[in-house]
Design a protein around this ligand. Structure first.
Ligand code: GLY
Length: 373
């Protein structure tokens, strides 16, 4: 990185203060790079919405996306240890395993990641998930998949770890425009919460604006997929494993809170709020998976926007603008992928060779892979 003067290198700007932005900022700060995070509205970050499943196998990922997910899953314990050490706060990582139920053994055996799971018959399924609806006849147990309490613990710990490592924050600041000079990134135009506009010069930035990434750079095919969620308070210990059913999942936290997700609304665009149809879908999904959970009292309901791309895989690495790196478009797997993505982007900013096979995976996640040659 070149500097504006020899004593004060310009900070790397992180465009977006959600999970990906915080994770990248934290990794850069750990390497001694000055970083400023520009965050528009904390509460809209997908990191505060997601259920926090670490589920490359339960999600049935395939190809390069599965490899990235598996790499990130292996990286999660050391990544979380760094955040916990820097913040002094727990992140709520739990090795609960995840069970995917099926209506038949044939359906189970055809699942894309079946080779990575323990095959369960009906009796074994009922042992893993007491009370599961009798319609489910088989299952896959992915003991290696897990969960983290992103909403209540991870996001807060990351914010604290970033501050502890010297990351600067500008909150309530929207990035309106990117500037270039000599075909290189040269700055951004911002507007703060009082409406004041400013220009920040920079030579390096990372775009982590989630579902809004395409608004800043229209070449990027990122669009929102709305998800509605709710939580239930179960008797503590009533559910040991995450249940990942078709279109519905139940994620038990240590204190008995069960996070239930999620609708997947591709036509909702950025329409805010809960809908009766979305909430009905979740209610019916709970009954179809675990009838006793219908009596657990609801605690909270919320929604958010997954950052999706045409092949449902992220955009990572170089962008159309030299100096601007991409870390966006993680769709259903942002929490899982944050570990590997943040390390990869920190390597690219520092021009270090990416580790652990990440370099080989990068071509699969180029921003321009959708364009016909
Ligand atoms: N990761 C699950 C979801 O996006 O609903």
């Amino acid at each position: 990185m070149t500097a504006s003067d020899s004593s004060a290198p310009q900070p790397v700007l992180i465009l977006g203060g959600g999970l990906m932005g915080l994770a990248v900022a934290h990794q850069l700060a750990r390497r001694g790079i000055p970083v400023t995070v520009l965050s528009r509205r904390r509460s809209e970050a997908a990191g505060f919405v997601a259920a926090g499943m670490l589920a490359p196998h339960a999600e049935g990922l395939e190809g390069a996306l599965l490899q990235l997910g598996q790499l990130s899953l292996r990286r999660i314990p050391s990544w979380v240890a760094q955040i916990e050490a820097d913040s002094g706060l727990p992140c709520g990582l739990r090795s609960t395993g995840i069970v995917v139920p099926f209506h038949s053994a044939d359906e189970r055996d055809a699942y894309p990641t079946a080779a990575f799971g323990e095959h369960l018959d009906r009796e074994q399924l009922a042992q893993e998930l007491p009370g599961i609806n009798s319609a489910w006849r088989a299952g896959l147990l992915f003991a290696q998949d897990g969960q983290i309490d992103n909403r209540r613990q991870l996001m807060r710990a990351l914010e604290s770890a970033c501050v502890d490592r010297g990351v600067q924050f500008q909150e309530g600041v929207e990035v309106l425009e990117l500037f270039t000079a000599n075909d290189q990134l040269s700055g951004v135009r911002t507007r703060d919460s009082e409406g004041k506009e400013a220009t920040l010069t920079c030579e390096r930035a990372v775009l982590c604006s989630g579902a809004w990434s395409g608004k800043l750079l229209p070449q990027l095919p990122v669009f929102p997929v709305k998800g509605q969620m709710l939580s239930l308070q179960s008797p503590r210990g009533a559910l040991r494993r995450v249940i990942f059913g078709p279109g519905i999942y139940l994620v038990p936290r240590e204190d008995g809170l069960v996070v239930v997700g999620a609708t997947s609304e591709r036509n909702a665009s950025f329409s805010e709020g809960l809908t009766p149809q979305g909430q009905t879908t979740l209610k019916q999904g709970i009954a179809a998976l675990l009838p006793e959970a219908e009596s657990w009292p609801p605690m909270e309901r919320w929604w958010g926007f997954r950052p999706c791309t045409p092949d449902e895989s992220p955009l990572l690495g170089n962008s159309p603008i030299p100096g601007l790196l991409l870390a966006c478009g993680h769709h259903r797997n942002g929490v899982l992928m944050a570990g590997a993505t943040s390390e990869l982007i920190a390597d690219l900013v520092c021009t270090t060779e990416p580790k652990q096979g990440l370099a080989e995976l990068l071509p699969s996640f180029r921003w321009d892979r959708f364009q016909s040659s």
